[in-house]
Design a protein around this ligand. Structure first.
Ligand code: SF4
Length: 257
């Protein structure tokens, strides 16, 4: 997977809270309710899970980043002058400093946080883009990136990938939310239906079928071409929403998109 030039920027010696930043760039949101909206992306490095299909390999299996002060991140975001900011990863909520960043940005920007749903936050969030990881995401020796050892992560990932309390908290806390599932095939649907029912049982908020998004697995145009029609058909059949991966359609797997 390509590595962005921005990950090779030198660490800074800024005082105060710092974050490991993998990428910081302006593009179009590619996924979810805000697909197509111009946005600035702040991609933190580090994740508590290891999906075999991770589309940000350099934040999880092989984390790469520079350390930046929160105020430096804010200054770079300001320079790009977006209306929408997407804080993503990796898993951005593994870093306490992400809450500081969100609080610093909240007055000026619409904030989307892209999270795997295993951690909570009290920080301001306009759209919680929650992507619970299904059993089909668990790494095995057969499907994991070839230059890494998935053995350590198979059990760790499987035991950590669903935290119902965190999912309920995220749904309840944000101004808006979406449950975005990476779908590898029809076999994922029973787990999605069961999990959506479980979330409905623990949140005080209505979870509409239109808040549930099915997104095809695939990090390249060729891979997406093999999965998207089937996943769109499943969305239509089950009454959920389909989300494209516009950035893959437009720019394939180029960095900073
Ligand atoms: S949760 Fe997201 S960032 Fe973490 S390994 Fe899975 S796809 Fe990658």
């Amino acid at each position: 997977m390509p590595v962005s030039d921005s990950v090779s920027r030198p660490d800074t010696d800024a005082d105060g809270d710092r974050l490991p930043i993998n990428e910081l760039f302006a593009s179009l949101q590619g996924e979810g309710k805000l697909a197509g909206v111009p946005s600035t992306f702040v991609r933190t490095s580090g994740c508590n899970l290891r999906c075999w299909f991770c589309d940000s390999y350099h934040t999880s299996w092989e984390p790469t980043h520079a350390w930046m002060g929160v105020e430096e991140v804010v200054a770079e975001v300001d320079a790009l002058a977006p209306e929408h900011v997407v804080v993503t990863g990796g898993e951005p909520l593994v870093h306490d400093e992400t809450a500081t960043l969100l609080s610093e940005l909240a007055d000026e920007y619409h904030l989307t946080v892209e999270t795997n749903g295993t951690l909570e936050t009290d920080a301001p969030v306009d759209l919680a883009s929650i992507s619970p990881k299904l059993a089909s995401s668990t790494p095995t020796p057969e499907n994991a990136p070839t230059d890494t050892d998935p053995g350590v992560w198979t059990d760790k990932h499987e035991s950590a990938r669903i935290d119902l309390d965190s999912l309920a908290s995220l749904v309840d806390h944000a101004d808006d939310f979406q449950l975005k599932f990476v779908v590898t095939g029809r076999d994922d649907l029973p787990e999605i239906e069961s999990l959506v029912d479980d979330i409905r049982g623990v949140t005080s908020r209505e979870v509409r079928d239109s808040d549930v998004l099915l997104m095809p697995e695939g990090q390249t145009r060729d891979a997406l071409a093999r999965t998207r029609t089937d996943v769109a058909d499943l969305a239509a059949e089950f009454g959920y929403r389909y989300t494209p991966r516009l950035h893959v359609d437009l720019w394939n797997d180029a960095p900073e998109t």
